[in-house]
Design a binder for this molecule. Sequence first.
Ligand SMILES: Nc1ncnc2c1ncn2[C@@H]1O[C@H](COP(=O)(O)OP(=O)(O)OP(=O)(O)O)[C@@H](O)[C@H]1O
Length: 365
Amino acid sequence: MTTQIKLRDCAKTFADGTRALAPFDLTIEGGETIVLLGPSGCGKTTILRMIAGLEFPDKGGVITFDGDDVTHQSIEKRRVGMVFQSYALFPNMTVAQNVAYGLKVHGVSRDESDARVKAMLEMMHIEMLADRAIDQLSGGQRQRVALARAIAVQPRVLLLDEPLTALDAKLRVRLRTEINALLRKLGITAVYVTHDQEEAMALGDRIVVMQKGEIAQIGTPRDIYRKPQNPFVADFVGAANRLDGQMRDGRLHIGNHVFDAVDAFDPRHGAIIDQGPVELFFRADGLSTCDAQDADFTGRVEAVSYLGERLRLTVSGIGPQSVMVDTHADDVIAAGADVHCQINPDRLTIFPAMRERTPAASDAR
Ligand SMILES: Nc1ncnc2c1ncn2[C@@H]1O[C@H](COP(=O)(O)OP(=O)(O)OP(=O)(O)O)[C@@H](O)[C@H]1O
């Protein structure tokens, strides 16, 4: 029932010479939700459009759906459903007519179409809007119509390109949860494009992190979050802290401090780093406040932000850069205070420092 998508050696160069994608391979399993995540211009939409049949890979690239070569097939033949950031609905039709449109094109009978439209509108909780005009709907409602329209034709694959970007923060989270439930319920193969890390984590069975037309890492949300394979991914998925250090005989040195309990492991080469300059990436939980006798170092609180469930401190003194450290929301700490901190070795990601070159996706493969 579900469709496996394979892209083999797919590169994309546009007519004007722009190299949007370097050759890459990607297999999307049947029923899987894959999220393409990366900054603007990294090639996410181009991949989605190649899967849709709106763009074609450079010579040599092959795309298959369940083993069938669809590389040169048109969008109509591929049976994909698409949802965009801009709703792309027909403004002069009602909600029900919009959802029914694709069914009509596919020659579905009137009775069958009526029944499916009703079911789709119910699934998206917009049955009461069936006879409304599109311009009388809110952004969130429009996106529900767009989703209902895309899935009404029972596509083999659902492609979503930043469908929530135009909505306000609260609505985004709500619709995101609904889309997640919908994708699980339908069990459909889905490809979802976003530049929002949180959205990617919430929706993806796996996430493909992209950088400048290359795949920087493919992994589960947990892998991407906890085991980024290069500095680009670590930085992009929100490791707020970055420190320069040195490994000397297996011991980590940062500024004047020495940390004994830290194992530096280079994920790209699968080797322990014993010597040489390193870069450390970690979130606020990579450090915690503690009593003086347990301290790895004592820093100075530069700023305090109350985040509701916790207090976030900006602390200087560990090395040349200041770092974020979270502590209990009830702690009373003011800027200017000294604070004892402990390092949490299993929350650190350490890479050999490679100043002379930027991390590339080829490093991750
Ligand atoms: N038709 C085209 N002709 C030439 N260059 C293009 C064309 N479409 C896209 N590009 C370029 O290809 C690169 C990848 O674009 P793409 O839209 O895939 O990126 P994206 O990651 O989806 O970005 P965004 O998040 O901003 O949509 C960009 O440099 C873009 O300018």
